[in-house]
Design a protein around this ligand. Structure first.
Ligand code: PGA
Length: 258
């Protein structure tokens, strides 16, 4: 049984004060470890420490939104994996569509980051997903294969155990347009088959594949109820407890058997 992961990607939002307040609400909503659901908050870098302090003692884990692949040194403006670990992060989002399409990150760069995060002892949340034009041109699976080939390059099965995949169709991110549960399931199934081909079926069954793109309280249950959807990477709706907590609740309900 794969454990749901409900992750909040705060992106470049919140202030120190609103971020810490949100963390306090999440800590109350997820006070203890649960068998079926894991919760993650990924605030902006400057708030990792105060948010982490607020989450301390709760079951909510801390993650970052990116990392650099080099060890500490002369890389102005970048953040090393060991610094994130030092701040209490357990997860790092990598290859988010905004990093790919706004900052121009390539599969090769993302792969270096994935390897650095894993060798630093953290778990990578590797984001993949097609543009609207690619979907319309029937290229969704080819794009996913290319991003998976790139992201997983040179990674052994034991290291791949430290990767969670997030399928985030770019046309659904921040647009209010959500993939239908069937569209999400079909992409997730394709990704799991990719893992089975690259490693083996038994391993592919253990890998968690999150869906991201306009996940909200009213669509969470139908998405999370798909057999190959193992959680959600939530942007906009993760910024308020009133919209994030019901998504956690939807996962709890499904984990408890519906
Ligand atoms: P959204 O963002 O929920 O606001 O669509 C998801 C993401 O980019 O991770």
């Amino acid at each position: 049984m794969r454990r749901y992961l409900i992750a909040g990607n705060w992106k470049m939002n919140t202030t120190r004060q609103t971020g810490v307040a949100l963390a306090g609400e999440l800590a109350s909503a997820a006070p203890k470890e649960e068998a079926g659901v894991e919760v993650l908050a990924c605030p902006p870098y400057p708030y990792l420490i105060p948010v982490g302090e607020k989450l301390a003692g709760s079951a909510v884990r801390l993650g970052a939104q990116d990392a650099y692949f080099e060890a500490p040194g002369a890389f102005t403006g970048e953040i090393a994996v060991e610094m994130l670990k030092d701040c209490g992060c357990q997860y790092v989002i990598l290859g988010h569509s905004e990093r790919r399409h706004v900052m121009g990150e390539t599969d090769a760069t993302i792969n270096r980051k994935v390897r650095a995060v894993i060798s630093g002892g953290l778990t990578a949340v590797l984001c993949v997903g097609e543009l609207l034009s690619e979907r319309q041109a029937g290229q969704t699976e080819a794009v996913l294969d290319r991003q998976m080939d790139g992201g997983y390059s040179g990674i052994s099965e034991s290291d791949a155990a430290s990767i969670v995949i997030a399928y985030e169709p770019v046309w659904a991110i921040g647009t209010g347009v959500t993939a239908t549960p069937e569209q999400a399931e079909s992409a997730h199934e394709h990704l799991r088959k990719w893992i089975a081909r690259r490693y083996n079926t038994a391993f592919s069954e253990k890998v968690r594949i999150l869906y991201g793109g306009s996940v909200k309280p009213d669509n969470a249950e139908s998405l999370l109820g798909q057999p190959n959807v193992d959680g959600a990477l939530v942007g906009g709706a993760s910024l308020k407890a009133a919209t994030f907590v019901p998504i956690i609740e939807a996962a709890r309900k499904l984990a408890a058997g519906g």
